[in-house]
Design a protein around this ligand. Sequence first.
Ligand code: NAD
Length: 491
Amino acid sequence: MKALKNYINGSWENSISTKYTFVHNPATQEIIAHVPHGPDTAKDVDKAVQYAQQAYLEWKDVPAMKRVQPLFKMKTLLENHMEEIAKLITTECGKTYTESLGEIQRAIENIEVACATYVLNQSEFSENIAPGIDEFMIRQPLGVCACITPFNFPGMIPFWFLPYAIATGNAFILKPSEKVPTTMQYVFDLIHKNIDLPKGLLSLVHGGKESVDALLQHPDIKAISFVGSTPIARYIYSEGAKYGKRVQAQGGAKNPIVIMPDADIEMTTKIITDSVYGCAGQRCLAASLIITVGDNKNIKDALVEAAKSRKVGYGLEDGIEMGPVISQESKTRIEGLIQKGIAEGANLLVDGTHKSVSGFTQGNFLHPTILENVPLNKEIISTEIFGPVMSLLNFKSMDDSIRFINSGRYGNMACIFTQDGLSARKFRSEAMAGNIGINVGVAAPVAQFPFSGWKESFFGDLHAQGRHGIEFYTQTKVVIERWPKTWSRTF
Ligand code: NAD
């Protein structure tokens, strides 16, 4: 069992805090690591920032083309160690091994896009904005930037930010979720052993609220990237602003999918089932509100059948399609929400509660669950369940569905399944969500596009990934230059 260390000034060191909490394997309850927490983790943050600031002053002047060279190595490193990293993700987070591999692939794609930073970051130049005067804009790094990540993608989400931050000339501090800290511990150790970076340029600090607050309040931290639940995202955004920082904060979701009467039943069922139950529903882009339009008998039967036949078990075993949820606490919360939905008038079409997995009776397992006819004015309809639960609704028309979607709090994703281009086009235009899927169940933008949450799914302006990432981690400087022709030359 490991007592996790912080990575500060290019080496591994014990936390100043003497308090530790446990990291569990959610399928077995085995304790896999001890992670520092408590008020003294704020001192770790302070130390990391001090070295990061020094590294930044050196790194910002390194030519942009040179700054991306370590990223090429980082890509190869992740590719070469994909299997070990995926096993770690499954062990601490619970998702299936295949899902973990997919997550690392998404991390690698972000590194690849960030490798083009020296092109994407090129400046704009206008000659002769007035006689003899030119104007141009350059992008300069911010300084020390920090990132706070959630439990559900321990291998991918840090790479929505890290590559862009350092490619643009910043120093970067990661505070991973205390529930899943071992994946990044391993990845940072790979980087430490294989890639030559200025000491302090990358730091890893552990902890919970205390270390987050220390990051928010530290005057030398210039930008905060956050991914997690909406209440904490809102807190990070307002606290960060209070301390004068640039903030991008991605929050929770309650994602709808509309199934039109002309949708292909077989394809739609497969894709939607994967969306709702993939990663045990613990994805910010998991569909949870499935809206049929018109007669829904056939699609309903197909969705029920697919839910019942999903293979639930330990993610490292072959053929498993869905792992456990992250903690006992989370399992109890999800079961409570299912009961609440029933109490509020929903019909329990498929019951995934109180079912164990052979050989893993201690695990936090839930099976796919479907609630039907959930009343639209009740809490369960707007609460993010973050578990393998589908709420099945039925509307008369697509317009009614869009009105319902647009009345919701969140705006992370909205999808439609149809064979009609005009319906798809109308939906794309009118649905108020930042990521739209047309016959796609998880509208996760690839790395060159921004991860565009709307409404209470995002607080800020510039999103993660691609050009948005580069813009977030740089500040613009405009230079206006005059060289009068009347000045005499000395040559
Ligand atoms: P969380 O908000 O509980 O934790 C996220 C991070 O915030 C962790 O690092 C944690 O240490 C820190 N934190 C927790 N409580 C805090 C507090 N009171 N003060 C300061 N920091 C605090 O989220 P989670 O449970 O780890 O992750 C699941 C949530 O993340 C879901 O709501 C999901 O939708 C969301 N999520 C969103 C996206 C997106 O792109 N929008 C992606 C992944 C996950």
